[in-house]
Ligand binder design. Structure first.
Ligand code: IPE
Ligand code: IPE
Ligand code: MG
Length: 262
């Protein structure tokens, strides 16, 4: 009986259109900040016997679709892991291709971002990144800076450990200058010195393509984030996959170390 009911229920869910499922979302409980590790561009291309760079280009295009989808769900911010401090280890041809993508993609995306009132932000270090890449990201930030809607935050040349190292250096500097007492260093102060100081902590972390690890992403900020993993490669991650993640998020019980229901 229960089995049968359960089957019927899931069957019914599958029959619902995305629109119906969107309207069934609890609007009070949409994740305010979603962080995404966009993984699997290379494997997606491999699967289709295409060169890896085709996967990267397709992955970049997918950012447009997912930005629109997140925006229409009422998400406040998305942080997309686009290039890690470890990705420099890849063959120079691939790194070069990845460095060209913001220039190729962001400029074309700006009119759509303006129309959607979306603001581009960036975390990561500009040092070491080619000028043309920094310029493209800088231009998108500058042109969208007065937009008041969703934040589209790129993690580019970003590493969670590097971010913590830089914050520690800044705090040590203040102590050395005599403007900060070591005992006044607390969690809030550390958070204020991270690259994400202006963003709320992520409510939901999504990683595509089957790897169950963080790969140095937002180590401090993810302390109480809900995680959601999928085998889907990033170029194939759709609005429906995002909806599935948000539906899963809405069934979670976030306790923060406290007790259920409190
Ligand atoms: C993610 O796809 C994009 C970047 C890391 C830049 P990958 O390039 O890591 O794809 P896989 O993991 O090799 O399939
Ligand atoms: C994480 O993916 C970084 C980005 C998505 C930008 P990687 O493909 O670099 O991670 P690992 O090497 O599988 O841990
Ligand atoms: Mg990968």
């Amino acid at each position: 009986m229960l089995d049968k009911l359960g089957w019927k229920k899931s069957h019914k869910v599958q029959q619902q259109s995305i629109q119906q499922r969107m309207t069934n979302l609890n609007l009070e409980d949409v994740p305010n900040h979603i962080a995404i590790i966009m993984d699997g561009n290379g494997r997606w291309a491999n699967k289709k016997a295409l060169p890896r760079f085709v996967g990267h280009r397709e992955g970049m295009q997918n950012i447009r679709r997912i930005t629109r989808a997140a925006n229409s769900m009422g998400v406040g911010a998305i942080t997309l892991y686009a290039f890690s401090t470890e990705n420099w280890k890849r063959p120079s041809k691939e790194v070069e291709f990845l460095m060209r993508l913001p220039e190729e993609f962001l400029t074309a995306f700006i009119p759509e971002l303006m129309e959607l009132n979306i603001r581009v932000e960036m975390i990561g270090e500009q040092e070491g990144v080619p000028d043309y890449t920094n310029r493209a990201i800088g231009k998108a930030r500058e042109e969208t800076k007065n937009n008041t809607g969703m934040i589209l935050n790129f993690a580019f040349n970003y590493g969670g450990r590097r971010e913590i190292v830089l914050a520690v250096q800044q705090l040590a500097q203040l102590v050395q200058e005599g403007t900060l007492e070591p005992q006044d260093i607390d969690e809030d102060l550390i958070a204020q010195h991270l690259m994400t100081s202006k963003l709320p902590e992520p409510d939901l972390l999504i990683r595509t393509s089957g790897e169950i690890r963080l790969s140095n992403f937002l180590l401090w900020q993810l302390a109480y984030t809900e995680f959601w993993f999928t085998d889907v490669h990033w170029p194939e991650f759709t609005a429906e996959t995002l909806l599935e993640a948000v539906e899963s998020f809405q069934k979670r019980n976030r306790r923060y170390g406290g007790l259920k229901g409190e």
